[in-house]
Design a protein around this ligand. Sequence first.
Ligand code: SAH
Ligand code: SF4
Length: 351
Amino acid sequence: MSTLYDLDRDALAALLADEPPYRVDQVWRGLYERGVAVDGLTDVPRALRATLHDLAPPGLRAVTEATSPDGTVKWLFALRDGRTIETVLMHYPDRATVCVSTQAGCAMGCGFCATGQAGFERHLSPGEIVEQVVEARRRAAPRRLSNVVFMGMGEPLANYDAVWAAVERLHGAIGLSARHLTVSTVGIVPGIDRLAGEALPVNLAVSLHAANDELRDELVPINRRYPLAVLAEACRRYVERKNRRLSFEWALIDATNDRRRDAEELAAFARPLRAHVNLIPLNPTPGWPARGSSAGKVRAFADTLRTLGVNATVRQNRGTSIDAACGQLRASHGADTAGGTGVGVRPRPRS
Ligand code: SAH
Ligand code: SF4
């Protein structure tokens, strides 16, 4: 059964075939432009709302909703089959950003990541991705939800078709600008090339974490398939074709990738691509014994990058008190993590 937000306009029209033709537009606008839930479609007869609910039910049910002192909201949503995913809403003074999941679990096996530790469960459908945005937009009001980052659980480019269908829906039906959508990837090169061929120019973020193959093989196992030189070429092609800013994510791990030498390697990698670097101290997870870098080391690392001609932003660790890092709420909730296939990768401090 399709969930409500998996229906495209034609499928909705088929579902409403016995209704007057204007209903399709009414329901579509209600769901996407006004962003109300089916119960909120008050201009539609109650019986029709009930039918919609039966034939195309919502795909998400909030299991928990936690708000941290900085206003960050984090949901644990149950999908219709009981699997769970996380969505995080971050407020800024004049707007809001939502971070959405694209898979239940993840098969990429990055050892420092709570989602990677739990392993892969299944892909999300386009509707399950879009519905996270719709929920967050409703919660963000009166702030405008302007940005969507595909940085929650899962690897977006390993679920390419669904992610791209969601991007098109967010752009076409909700009206979000492609320049406000950011796809984050662990570095799946064929996916980056496909993205470069799409008409909508979304932002690309690559989770780098190491700029030498030996360390990156360890931290991010997919590096063994798409090593740094190959990844750099794909990034270059993306930037050339899309003319969009590329960014690198770098989780600073104490005594592992936070020294001057690491910053120098990163600068040498990022500078030719004119990439922006986002630094975030590693969030500790139960399944990995390393710590995040101290505030002083984070500052020093950022300063080194800037001295070497690379733009770097230190990202706030938003919502730490509510486990608002990828996969952590779910891990601490103990929800539905059995049956995962993750491989544990342990860090080896570099000397
Ligand atoms: N799979 C995609 C998107 C989801 S992960 C990717 O890897 O890019 C989103 C971001 O969270 C990635 O940059 C990832 O490296 C980072 N991340 C995962 N676990 C983390 C942790 N424990 N502390 C800090 N960042 C983490
Ligand atoms: Fe998957 Fe991204 Fe976590 Fe790696 S960091 S395991 S790719 S979700």
